[in-house]
Design a binder for this molecule. Structure first.
Ligand SMILES: CC(C)(COP(=O)(O)OP(=O)(O)OC[C@H]1O[C@@H](n2cnc3c(N)ncnc32)[C@H](O)[C@@H]1OP(=O)(O)O)[C@@H](O)C(=O)NCCC(=O)NCCS
Length: 386
């Protein structure tokens, strides 16, 4: 396998983007990524479009996106792995470059989620699993699935609503400094705790929003990367795993087995341990998910995730700086774009291009992206280094 580098990244502004079509939204990210890499469409040999599409109007989104972005002839595939779709696009493009099939590949993630109302979106999200054997009988919504995790974690480890609120406060703080975030404002613990219940103990301010957005990443082989840039960000490893479709067939509700397996694979390939990670973008679709991620990624032992946030260990300058973009919680969560937006943020962090108050202090220059699909159905863990 060849070494693969990130040589260009782009991201649209996340939010409710009724001002653009799906393809216009994708172009915002693609244009920035191509310019960042210093290349044009003719240099791209493969374009992989990741989009979930269940809340959108396009049946074949990759075709319209590639055409609008000037990539006709380069996009033979559209990928989907629920909320981990962006990572699936990255992995597909990465394997094409690593295997030697192409030298330059583009991964595009895009989602328009606000074409439908919240009730429809929640109904669609609730079908993330085994429709016939679960949703059809119980009608569970997506926040309700994560409420199962939250209550199990609270019962077993004494994790509190305050611990979860701290995650929201931290992530909103960084989103307030991110001009591309969906919610660019801070919140207090009190505001989180008194926000509207969604599926107890998950409240409005524990939830990621319904966002539109796009992100794009240009990958290049070792030789081409060194020609294009002085600051390639290397993909050291992409670990992956998956789990049962039925929520009821999971091992337990205290964490995500798929994350643990993907992390183990990524650490092994990258030859690092969790303690080496200095900056991370983790999948905080609900605040409890970030607490479980600290544990499943090995930043802290199982059950101590609440303490980890309470001690400020995931803050900028803590043991590992987590979600300096604002995370899914406050930067937003346009499903197909999320995994690539994590790579966008980490690339900026590892190049030390972030402004004061949002740039992680780095010694080893090791970053980690953690992207989950569904309720732990898919997981990808990507290790990056400068
Ligand atoms: C939590 C949720 C149900 C709220 O949706 P809603 O009740 O329709 O909220 P609305 O869109 O009517 O917004 C009402 C207000 O709350 C705000 N808001 C909506 N979601 C928010 C969130 N997650 N965090 C903070 N504020 C939020 C809106 O900006 C709006 O503010 P305004 O009145 O100042 O304009 C919805 O955001 C949701 O389903 N989130 C989870 C998405 C999900 O499951 N993603 C997949 C996970 S992997």
């Amino acid at each position: 396998m060849r070494k693969v580098a990130v040589v260009g990244v782009g991201q649209s502004v996340f939010g409710v983007r009724n001002d653009v079509t799906l393809q216009e939204l994708a172009w915002e990210a693609v244009k920035e990524a191509l310019e960042d890499a210093g290349i044009s469409q003719k240099d791209v040999e493969l374009s992989v479009v990741g989009t979930v599409g269940t809340r959108g109007y396009e049946l074949m989104p990759s075709v319209v996106v590639n055409e609008y972005c000037g990539l006709v002839g380069k996009g033979p595939v559209r990928v989907e792995a629920a909320c981990a779709t962006g990572s699936a696009a990255l992995w597909t493009a990465y394997t094409a470059v690593a295997s030697g099939q192409v030298d330059v590949a583009l991964a595009i993630g895009v989602e328009k989620m606000n074409e439908v109302d919240t009730a429809t979106s929640l109904a669609v999200g609730g079908r993330a699993g085994n429709y016939l054997w679960e949703f059809h009988f119980y009608g569970t919504t997506f926040p309700a699935y994560y409420a199962f995790y939250a209550t199990a974690h609270m019962a077993k480890f004494g994790t509190t609503e305050e611990h979860m609120a701290m995650v929201a406060v931290k992530n909103h703080k960084y989103a307030a400094r991110n001009p591309k975030a969906h919610f660019q404002y801070e919140v207090t613990i009190e505001e989180v705790l008194t926000s509207r219940p969604i599926a107890w103990p998950i409240k409005l301010l524990d939830s990621s929003p319904i966002s539109d957005g796009a992100a794009a990443v240009v990958l290049a082989s070792d030789e081409v990367a060194r020609r294009l840039t002085d600051t390639p960000v290397w993909i050291k490893a992409i670990g992956y795993s998956s789990d049962t479709s039925n929520f009821t067939r999971r091992l337990d509700y205290l964490g995500l087995r798929a994350t643990r397996q993907a992390a183990e694979m990524a650490y092994k390939i990258a030859k690092i341990s969790p303690g080496d990670v200095e900056v991370a973008e983790v999948h905080d679709c609900f605040t409890i998910a970030e607490i479980m991620a600290y544990e499943d990624l090995g930043f802290v032992e199982k059950g101590k995730g609440g303490l980890f946030i309470a001690e400020g260990q995931s803050e900028l300058g803590g043991k590992v700086s987590v979600n300096l973009s604002g995370g899914l919680k406050a930067k937003g969560h346009p499903l197909g774009a999320t995994g690539l937006a994590m790579i966008y943020e980490l690339t900026k962090q590892l190049r030390e291009e972030r402004e004061r108050g949002r740039q992680a202090p780095l010694r080893k220059y090791i970053g980690l992206a953690h992207n989950v699909g569904g309720t732990g159905h898919y997981a990808y863990v990507t290790v990056l280094t400068r």
